[in-house]
Design a protein around this ligand. Sequence first.
Ligand SMILES: O=C(O)CCC(=O)C(=O)O
Ligand SMILES: [Fe+2]
Length: 131
Amino acid sequence: MVFYSYGADKYESHNESTNYLLRLLKYGEPTETETEVGLPPHEDMSFITILCQNHVNVLEIKTKDGDWIGLELTPPSSFIVMAGDALTVWSNDRVRACTHRVMMSGKATRYTVGLFSFSSKILHVGNFWNR
Ligand SMILES: O=C(O)CCC(=O)C(=O)O
Ligand SMILES: [Fe+2]
């Protein structure tokens, strides 16, 4: 989709060089003495990150203005697709990596499945300078 929106019609090298990391994360409910920060603010190093969470909707995204907004996903099991650092570099800063954090609250355990894609080779994308 990203390559298509750039008008690039050849991106086989991306498909051939993409590796994936699948990670299952568990955040327990914070105890009275623990901070609510489940995962501090960061951008992923990936090209693209896809997240799927349980009903504990506590992922927050930082806006351009520096405000934090909570993602109220309906249904919560929707997929969250975020740009990572590698896509920012590839797109020459046009697609910004999403700064996000997990702020735990309430009395429930959060589970997230994250699929992180990485490019392991040089990425040749043809025929979009001609458009
Ligand atoms: O648990 C989440 O929703 C966020 C996971 C995350 O940001 C990460 O693993 O990089
Ligand atoms: Fe992340």
